[in-house]
Design a protein around this ligand. Structure first.
Ligand SMILES: Cc1ncc(COP(=O)(O)O)c(C=O)c1O
Length: 393
């Protein structure tokens, strides 16, 4: 066996001291941006809450892929799912804590497809939908029918209706779009879904841990959850605004039949035969436990305070952006996401990145997400850099 070289790509013949390994890792990750630096402004993830980190460390060996071995953890996952369901207006939910919004969305599409049992399945979704649905469509053989957006960037419900065919397996609405944080007219989509006997999936991967609290704070945001009868499943990600370490997504179904429609028998597990609905087999119990712990620890009031701060910061930041010549808001913020365009955007993006900012420009704008690690002083520094860059163009 060859010894590893400076490149580090060859499997080493002999092991190294822990200290040396950690030192090497520290060097190699030196170029990473960290959330606590305040430089990451364009991510939907954040530095996890210290309690969630503690829980993950303590229960790192729990495997929910073999829940017969870890029945206690399985019970905690069920409770976490029920608490999420109750946040979303449902007494009892059916679902899992999964690897993220991507897996949650794929599971919803899979459930809709399996229950619809049509030969050429089609799913109607907004043009603003996350690219995870492209993966879902490709993997599941479901054709995607993209519905137009209106001027306010919410989906055009009339266009959704015009795309319904005998092959439609379901409709998707977004509660907190990835780019702009827009919440679709979910009540209208729910009515439409009921009229046509179709299930509606709401992708609230980001908005799920924002909207309920923002509404309680008095922000005027459309209803989006299981209180609307057409909504049959919701994606809600604790590893975004829930402050739980990655990976922690959530999929909640209104009825057991959706989960059953995607369950396969896992016959050989040490803990006995089980039905498994998730895409991942072996999967982290620790993160599901961290979801439970964070909800218990922060409660509705705790999350409301986090959202209050994020929403207020967004409004203030949007106001400051408007004062800068050459900058325009794509639209007024709905949630804690502010997206703006500027003259010579690519150049502006490049210059901001040179100054160490973790942002990206796509679809013609730069997106700033007011995650819990983002503070006003970070934004003031960012605004200073932005002003300087624009002056120099
Ligand atoms: C609306 C929405 N859905 C789904 C996802 C995918 O989530 P994940 O990256 O956790 O798979 C994202 C990610 O940003 C998102 O914004």
């Amino acid at each position: 066996m060859r010894e590893t070289t400076a490149g580090g790509g060859v499997f080493p013949a002999r092991g190294s001291d822990e200290e040396d390994v950690l030192k090497e890792l520290e060097e190699k990750t030196g170029g990473d941006l960290t959330f606590d630096s305040g430089k990451i402004l364009g991510s939907m993830c954040t530095h996890p809450h210290p309690l969630a980190v503690k829980v993950v460390q303590r229960y790192i060996d729990r495997n929910l892929g073999d829940p017969g071995l870890h029945v206690g953890s399985q019970g905690v996952e069920r409770e976490a799912v029920d608490m999420l369901a109750s946040l979303l207006g449902l007494e009892k939910g059916y679902g899992h804590i999964v690897s993220g919004g991507t897996e949650a969305n794929i599971l919803a599409v899979r459930a809709f497809r399996n229950l619809a049992d049509v030969e050429k399945p089609e799913l109607i979704l907004p043009e603003s939908a996350h690219f995870s649905f492209i993966k879902a469509g490709e993997m599941l053989g479901v054709k995607l029918a993209w519905a137009r957006l209106r001027d306010d960037y919410s989906v055009d419900v009339k266009d959704v209706e015009s795309k319904i065919t005998d092959n439609t397996i379901g409709i998707v609405g977004i509660a907190g779009t990835t780019g702009l944080g827009v919440v679709d007219d979910i009540p209208a989509l729910s009515d439409l879904a009921m009229d046509y006997g179709l299930p509606l999936h709401v992708d609230a991967a980001f908005g799920g841990f924002v909207i309920p609290f923002a509404k309680a704070l008095g922000y005027d945001i459309p209803d989006f959850d299981f209180r609307l009868k057409g909504v049959k499943s919701i994606t809600i990600d604790p590893h975004k605004m829930g402050m739980v370490p990655i990976p922690a997504g959530g999929i909640i179904f209104r009825e057991r039949k959706y989960l059953e429609a995607i369950s396969v028998l896992a016959p050989y597990l040490a803990g006995g035969k089980i039905w498994q609905a998730t895409i991942t087999g072996t999967r982290p119990g620790a993160n599901a436990l961290a979801v439970w712990a964070m909800i218990k620890h922060l409660g509705f009031e705790g999350y409301m305070e986090i959202v209050r701060n994020a929403m207020e910061l967004s409004r203030w930041f949007a106001g400051e952006l408007k004062k800068i010549p050459g900058v325009y808001l794509v639209r007024e913020p709905v949630l804690n996401i502010v997206s703006f365009g500027a003259k010579e955007l690519e150049k502006v993006e490049e210059e901001l990145k040179k100054r160490g900012w973790g942002i990206s420009a796509h679809r013609g704008y730069i997106r700033i997400v007011m995650m819990p690690h983002v503070r006003r002083e970070h934004l003031e520094e960012f605004l200073g850099d932005l002003r300087g860059i624009l002056k120099g163009l």
